[in-house]
Design a protein around this ligand. Structure first.
Ligand SMILES: Cc1cc2nc3c(=O)[nH]c(=O)nc-3n(C[C@H](O)[C@H](O)[C@H](O)COP(=O)(O)OP(=O)(O)OC[C@H]3O[C@@H](n4cnc5c(N)ncnc54)[C@H](O)[C@@H]3O)c2cc1C
Length: 579
């Protein structure tokens, strides 16, 4: 039987053949005291944002006025999640994520600036800094006296972050690291005072490939540091995005975060939590755009009816509601698990990022379409939301990278467990498939692994569906690992399908956990939530089955050939008038 090792996460356990029932109940809830404080903070944020942030002006002028930064300073927002002992506001991750929802709903440029500081810019200090580093840097960052940024990407290293070329060499007196390199597209790059920078510590004469990835705290006042021209962007136009230049910048050894060589781990950990607040922001933007489309649909008349009555419009609104609800379930379920020391949320955060950013893109596109020609006009908010939403699919790790991470981390345990069976497989394709089926019959996890009881009868259909789909994911993933062994690392058609199946399955489970909570609490929205989660589950089931079937039987070789066809012709290879 496939064994599961603790200290994984909910989704990795699903891949390995276990539903971690205890993580599903209860869905994170918040005590009255915390709730009151949280609502007070969120009220304050909402009022500030509504009264002081003008998203149209910011988008038009490509600049966030200093008055907004100052206002956020007065409210203590720059230090929202920094502990009080370092000058912060000590609020929870839930409050932070809800704040990101509000800000993204009003102005994504402002939200991205805020997240650039708090989600990723200073996060490495918060998570990995020594007490001395925290005391030295956090108070000014918490007060907003200084703002932070996160500098990973370089012209030659985007998704392949480990391939950065920025070097750090120890000075002769051993007191400094001398940094040289160029960073690209750094959010807040134009004005931030402090930068978390990834560089490679290189010994004299050492090849850059073997140099050790290390995280440094760099400040703008250091000699040799400069930032370049603001990028002219498609969306989030008010946010600052610039290159950084490091020319013999002397960074004190005391500014190293963590150990030499631990930089990649630190940066990836920062992005894990960053992805969660980005996802909350996507949910917030979806919630903010939908009332515009609803109002429009209810008053716009065509063919003697309001367009809200037409089924193709209703279908869009249903999709908007299902996607936003499910994204919200995923984000707040994962946020609730974040501080559990026995659970990793890396895969879950990647799922949240991929799902909510694409759900938002679809939602904004649907809302724009519902508004018809008006949707295309700058007078209405749809086109700005559309432009602003697009970045979420790209930054903090593109969704392609999220998917390969979800699939490969998902099957990691299976790959270790199945190694010994792989050695026994014959090379003959047909008998190997038979062998794989036989092995799975022997090692298939016990049925009890795929069951969870104690949930309301009202969602029996959904829990049964979730159990059987979890079993199917384990079976197909196990067989794929047996079939392809380590080659699976290069098989992205397969990875994409496994990842999408896992994303949908996580949506089903998190909706169930949330709905169960509402039913238990006899909440007045329970019946609506049951309907939404049932429809999501039914739709997701069809997608999951389709994706998993295609892992086994597909046209991948031909699809590859088609792409190669375009690469070799370097343009559309047909001319209809030639015949
Ligand atoms: C507005 C904005 C703000 C940003 N802010 C910051 C910031 O504050 N700090 C920072 O460090 N960076 C920042 N970035 C950089 C951002 O994180 C990168 O753009 C992103 O990670 C992708 O890297 P890339 O653009 O170099 O694309 P590439 O890595 O070159 O990828 C190009 C395409 O190829 C795909 N691809 C790459 N590898 C694979 C693979 N193995 N399999 C399948 N597909 C693949 C990608 O998904 C993408 O579609 C920002 C970018 C933008 C646009």
């Amino acid at each position: 039987m496939a064994e599961t090792v603790k200290k994984t996460g909910f989704v990795q356990s699903l891949f390995s053949g276990l539903i971690e029932k205890e993580l599903l109940k209860p869905f994170p809830a918040y005590g009255n005291e915390e709730r009151e404080e949280m609502f007070a903070v969120l009220d304050m944020v909402r009022r500030f944002a509504k009264d002081h942030i003008d998203p149209v002006k910011i988008d038009h002028e490509h600049k966030i006025p200093d008055s907004i930064k100052e206002g956020m300073k007065e409210l203590g927002l720059w230090g929202l999640i920094i502990p009080e002992e370092y000058g912060g506001f000590t609020q929870s991750d839930i409050t932070y994520n809800k704040t990101m929802e509000i800000l993204h709903g009003i102005c994504s440029s402002t939200a991205v600036m805020y997240g650039g500081h708090l989600s990723i810019g200073l996060k490495a200090i918060l998570l990995f800094g020594t007490d001395e580093q925290k005391r030295r840097f956090l108070p000014e960052l918490a007060s907003g006296e200084k703002l932070a940024a996160f500098a990973l990407t370089e012209p030659g290293a985007g998704s392949d972050a480990a391939n950065i070329k920025t070097t750090a060499e120890l000075s002769d007196d051993g007191k400094y690291y001398i940094l040289n390199g160029r960073k690209q597209w750094v959010t807040n790059g134009g004005f931030a005072d402090l930068f978390t920078v990834l560089a490679k510590v290189r010994q004299p004469g050492e090849d850059i490939v073997t140099a050790k990835l290390t995280a440094f705290i760099v400040t703008r006042d250091m000699n040799g540091f400069s930032s370049g021209k603001e990028e002219d962007k498609l969306g989030i136009c008010g946010s600052s995005t610039t290159p950084l230049y490091l020319e013999n910048v002397k960074v004190p050894v005391e500014n190293i975060l963590g150990e030499i060589g631990s930089g990649f781990k630190i940066f990836m950990e920062v992005l894990n939590t960053g992805r969660l607040s980005l996802s909350a922001g996507c949910v917030g933007a979806a919630k903010a755009i939908m009332p515009h489309a609803i109002e429009f649909a209810l008053q716009r008349e065509q063919f003697g009816n309001t367009i809200s009555e037409f089924e193709m419009i209703k279908e869009k609104f249903a999709r908007i509601l299902i996607n936003t609800f499910t994204g919200e379930s995923m984000v707040y379920f994962t946020t609730g698990l974040k501080d559990n020391p026995n659970v990793s949320i890396a895969i879950e955060a990647a799922i949240c990022k991929a799902f909510t950013s694409e759900a938002l893109w679809q939602t904004v596109n649907d809302c724009l379409q519902i508004a018809g020609g008006n949707g295309f006009m700058k007078e209405y908010p749809y086109e700005r939301f559309l432009r602003d939403a697009r970045i979420n699919i790209i930054f903090e790790g593109t969704n392609e990278i999220q998917r390969l991470f979800i699939a490969l981390s998902g099957v990691r345990q299976l790959s270790v467990q199945l190694r010994r069976y792989q050695k026994e497989l014959t090379s003959d394709k047909k008998s190997r498939e038979q062998q794989i089926n036989q092995i799975y019959e022997v090692i298939a996890p016990a049925k009890e692994n795929f069951s969870f009881d104690g949930f309301s009868e009202k969602i029996n259909d959904q829990t049964a569906m979730a159990c059987s789909l979890a079993q199917r994911l384990n079976e197909i993933a196990t067989k794929a690992v047996l079939r392809y062994g380590t080659d699976i690392r290069d098989m992205e058609f397969i990875q994409r399908r496994l990842a999408d199946a896992a994303i949908d399955l996580f949506g089903i489970f998190t909706n169930i956990a949330r709905v169960e909570n509402l039913i238990r609490n006899e909440h007045h929205t329970a019946h609506k939530a049951i309907l939404i989660s049932r429809i999501f589950a039914q739709q997701a089931k069809r997608r999951i089955n389709h994706n998993l079937e295609d892992v086994e039987e597909n046209q991948d070789e031909d699809l590859s050939k088609l792409a190669d066809m375009l690469y070799s012709s370097e343009k559309y290879p047909f001319e209809i008038l030639d015949y």
